[in-house]
Design a protein around this ligand. Structure first.
Ligand SMILES: NC(=O)c1ccc[n+]([C@@H]2O[C@H](COP(=O)([O-])OP(=O)(O)OC[C@H]3O[C@@H](n4cnc5c(N)ncnc54)[C@H](OP(=O)(O)O)[C@@H]3O)[C@@H](O)[C@H]2O)c1
Length: 271
């Protein structure tokens, strides 16, 4: 445990830490001896998560209630952590709560999504990676999605942002891994998080938010995969379903991959 803290501590910053995979990642980082900065929008929920982590792991915590889609979010985060040595960055927040056609909402929805999923993680990596490189150690995990493999309906900006995240993590790995910093693009398939439950419930796919969405991987499996593959970047495909999807995508033309995704999304979620 202390070896992990020596390699990646003393502080971790987790963006999207109030529930689901992000809060579980924060708890595991704390269990491994890191102090954690927990960031999301809901202050009260963050406070509860932070209290549980302090009680369970005996580490220090700091909470930041910041909307990552708001202008100036990265600057606010950087200023609020200026006194901390951040050795580990997890960028988890990133789901699209709407799953709607591109033209059905205002452009500002897509712009906010790209701000949160592309601009801010890039800005935070640019800031926090330099001290990691200077120390010759550190870790960065950026959450991706199978939606980034090829374009599909109802996820025009979302899928594009997740392609950005995957390639961004890969490229960053090529530069930082020789300098001692582990970079991992963690590509998830359907995963049982509060955000997914809310979306599926709103769409009538599950009858209650207490229900596990059928076919969803567990949060614990995602966390286990992240830590098991931390030093084996640049990319980790979490679970057999997403690994099979990636193989299928690689075996067909790009145009066929898009047609396949369009059919699969329509079959799984309705149009
Ligand atoms: N769940 C899946 O099936 C699935 C599948 C493929 C990929 N993924 C990826 O896995 C990651 C986690 O997904 P998730 O399902 O747990 O949902 P998510 O909404 O991306 O993550 C939830 C966490 O992010 C925070 N968050 C969301 N928007 C935020 C914003 N604008 N500013 C600050 N914090 C924000 C939420 O807290 P607050 O509400 O308190 O702000 C919460 O702590 C995402 O990157 C997603 O793309 C998920």
């Amino acid at each position: 445990m202390s070896e992990f803290a020596d390699g990646y501590g003393p502080w971790a910053l987790v963006a999207g830490a109030s529930d689901g995979v992000g809060s579980a990642m924060a708890a595991e980082l704390a269990r491994r001896g890191l102090n954690v900065v927990l960031l999301a929008r809901r202050q009260e929920v963050l406070d509860d998560v932070a209290a549980g982590i302090r009680e369970g792991a005996g580490v220090q915590t700091r909470t930041l209630a910041i909307d990552l889609a708001a202008p100036g979010a990265a600057r606010e985060i950087i200023d609020a952590t200026a006194d901390l040595d951040i050795g580990f960055l997890v960028y988890c927040a990133g789901a699209d709560p709407k799953f709607a056609p591109f033209l059905s909402g205002p452009l500002s929805d897509a712009e906010a999504l790209v701000q949160r999923n592309c601009m801010v993680p890039m800005q935070l990596c640019h800031h926090y990676a330099q001290p990691m490189v200077d120390r010759g150690r550190g870790g960065i995990i950026i959450f991706g999605s199978g939606a980034g493999f090829a374009g599909g309906p109802n996820m025009v900006a979302y899928g594009a942002s997740k392609a950005f995240d995957m390639v961004f993590a890969e490229a960053l790995w090529t530069e930082l891994s020789p300098k001692g910093v582990d970079v991992l693009g963690l590509i998830l398939g359907k995963t049982d998080t509060p955000a997914l439950r809310k979306l599926e419930h709103e769409r009538g796919q599950i009858s209650s938010p207490e229900q596990t969405p059928p076919g969803a991987a567990g949060v614990d499996d995602v966390v286990a995969a992240a830590f098991a593959n931390l030093a084996d970047g640049p990319t980790c495909l979490v679970g057999p379903e997403i690994q099979a999807a990636a193989q299928l995508m690689a075996s067909v033309s790009r145009n066929d991959a898009v047609r396949f995704i369009a059919q699969a999304v329509t079959a799984a979620m309705g149009s």
